[in-house]
Structures are given as C-alpha cells and as structure tokens.
Write a protein that binds this ligand. Structure first.
Ligand code: BV8
Ligand code: ZN
Length: 246
C-alpha cells in the first residue's frame, strides 16, 4: 500500500495517536452500521427507539431492540481493525475515542478508551440509578425491574436529546487536541457533539487522517483520506510502523 511521505513522517515522529471511531469499524465484525446502505436506521427512525420518551412510551419495545443488538454484539468478535489499534499501543501513546457501544475496542485489548455514547453491556435503574450488568439480567424481552425499588431498567447508552457523559467527552476531546495524529475511522460524522472532536483536534494542530469506505462530512477537513475498509487499512498501517519502530 502506498503512503504519502508527509503521513510517514508523522508516523515516525508522532508520540500520541487518537482513534476516533464509529460504527464502520465494527461493520467487519458483522454489526450493522446506522446510516450506511444496510444501516439499521433505514428500517426505522432513531426517534422511535433511541430516545427516553420512546422508552417511557413503550419500554418493552425499546428493551427488546437493545436485547436484539446485545445478542448481535455478544456473538461478534473484534476484527483486524480493532486489534491493529490495540497493537499500536506498543509503539505510541494511543487513546480510543469511540461512539460505539459494542465494547469491541476493550475486547480487542485497547486500554485507554473514552466511550462517548455509553456501553450496551451496562444498564441502570431510571429511578435509583442502581447499575446492572447485562448477564445478571434475565434474558427476557420484557423490560426488567430494579430489585431495589422496582423502577424500570434501561441500557446505559446516550439517547438522542441526552447529554454525553461529561468526563468521557472532555477526556476524549483533550486527548484528540493533544494528539500528533487523529485517525477518524468508520464514522459518518453527523452526530453531535461527538463529531466536534476531530474538528477540535484539527484546530489544535493534529494531523487528521480519515479511513472510510466513502467520503463524509469530515473529508474536506482532513489532511489525508483513505477510501477502504478499516479492517484492511489499519493492519497495513501497523505493518508500516513495525518497519521503522521495531
Ligand atoms: C445532545 C444511541 C443535547 C446509542 C446514538 C440538528 C443538527 C445537529 C445536531 C442535532 C440536530 N438535531 C438534534 C441534534 C443533536 C443530536 C444529533 O447530533 N443528531 C444528528 C443525527 C443530526 N445529538 C444528540 O441528541 C446528542 N445529545 O445533543 O443532547 C443536550 C445538551 C445539553 C443538555 C441536554 C441535552 C446525543 C447523540 C447520541 C445519540 N445516540 N445512538 C445506540 O443505540 O447506539 S447515535 C448513533 O449515531 C450511534 O451512537 C453512533 O455511534 C452514532 C454515530 O453514527 P456512526 O458511528 O458514524 O455510524 P454511521 O452508520 O452513521 O456511519 C458509519 C460509517 O462507517 C459510514 O460513514 C460508512 O461509510 C462507514 N463504514 C461502513 N463500513 C466501513 C466503514 N468505514 C470503514 N470500514 C468499513 N468496513
Ligand atoms: Zn431502582
């Protein structure tokens, strides 16, 4: 694979690298994206499911949708893209700032992860905020009730109209601003405030590299764009790094 000299120089001199990732990095693990041609939003509107009012209106329907997605995630494995990012920790200070809720970066071995939109393996009671990990909840498709107070239990993910976890967001934004290279991998970059992060990185002087199978809202800001699959491109970047860092 051909790499622009400017990019190779950044890889040689850089110390801090951020990977800002979206659903596209998990596509090769068999997890559908949201807005692509096979995206889950094509079949129904996010407003109908991924928001608190929808949950209160029809908790069983929303809970069942997340159970369905949990099963897909539980049967999925990290792909070569996730594992290449984890392995790059041998050569750089790597932070992963992800919009994904599938936990695949952690399962691949990444150690510094900012989860902007929560994690589907965690749940909490909407009344008393007691946390429940998925395995301890019955796998029924009706919404479980809190053992302490009987309140409804919801997935610990950020729904539309909800604030992002402040520490995750500000930690991820700072890591991106301090990075030498900020890779944007597999995201349509249309969801805010998450999509601000690569732009703040660029403004702070980070070298912005996009990896996607098609152009996005962000493509015009990037220093370098690759059109291809994350699971194919990231291992090639790792191979290149091993040539001069081993
Ligand atoms: C908030 C829930 C306010 C968890 C999600 C109008 C304009 C601008 C903003 C808004 C607006 N109206 C409303 C808003 C705000 C809204 C928003 O941004 N809406 C957008 C859609 C217009 N944002 C919010 O509501 C946020 N909260 O603003 O709160 C507030 C402020 C103060 C006080 C109180 C409240 C909350 C946003 C989080 C919403 N939660 N999901 C879940 O169920 O998953 S959003 C959903 O989109 C996912 O979380 C996902 O992470 C996120 C981003 O999607 P992507 O990851 O980018 O996935 P997508 O399918 O879009 O793209 C995949 C990409 O991969 C494609 O580009 C494709 O080409 C590429 N690809 C595919 N295969 C591969 C690949 N690339 C490489 N390799 C491959 N193999
Ligand atoms: Zn409770």
């Amino acid at each position: 694979m051909y790499f622009k000299k400017e990019f190779l120089d950044k890889l040689k001199d850089g110390k801090k690298i951020v990977f800002f990732t979206g659903a596209g990095i998990s596509a090769e693990s068999g997890i559908s994206t949201f807005r692509g041609k096979d995206g889950i939003w094509n079949k129904m509107k996010p407003e109908e499911l991924a928001n608190f009012d929808a949950f209160i209106r029809n908790p069983d329907l929303v809970w069942e949708w997340y159970q369905h997605r949990r099963n897909i995630v539980n049967n999925a494995l990290p792909n070569a893209g996730h594992t290449a990012i984890a392995e790059l920790e041998k050569f750089y200070e790597v932070s992963v700032v992800t919009q994904n809720i599938d936990n695949l970066h952690r399962r691949a071995g990444s150690t510094k992860i900012f989860e902007l939109h929560g994690n589907i393996e965690r749940n909490f009671c909407i009344e008393c905020h007691t946390f429940y990990n998925s395995p301890e909840l019955e796998t029924t498709n009706t919404v479980p009730k809190c053992k302490k107070c009987g309140g409804l239990i919801r997935p610990d993910v950020v729904w539309f109209g909800e604030m992002l976890p402040q520490d995750e967001f500000s930690g991820g934004e700072k890591a991106a601003e301090w990075s030498d290279i900020c890779f944007v991998v597999g995201t349509s970059a249309v969801v805010y405030p998450a999509a601000h992060i690569p732009i703040s990185a660029k403004r702070a002087g980070s070298y912005l590299v996009e990896i996607n199978i098609e152009p996005t809202e962000l493509s015009r800001y990037t220093d370098y764009s690759w059109f291809g699959k994350a699971g194919e491109i990231l291992p090639k970047i790792l191979e290149e790094v091993k040539k001069f860092k081993n």
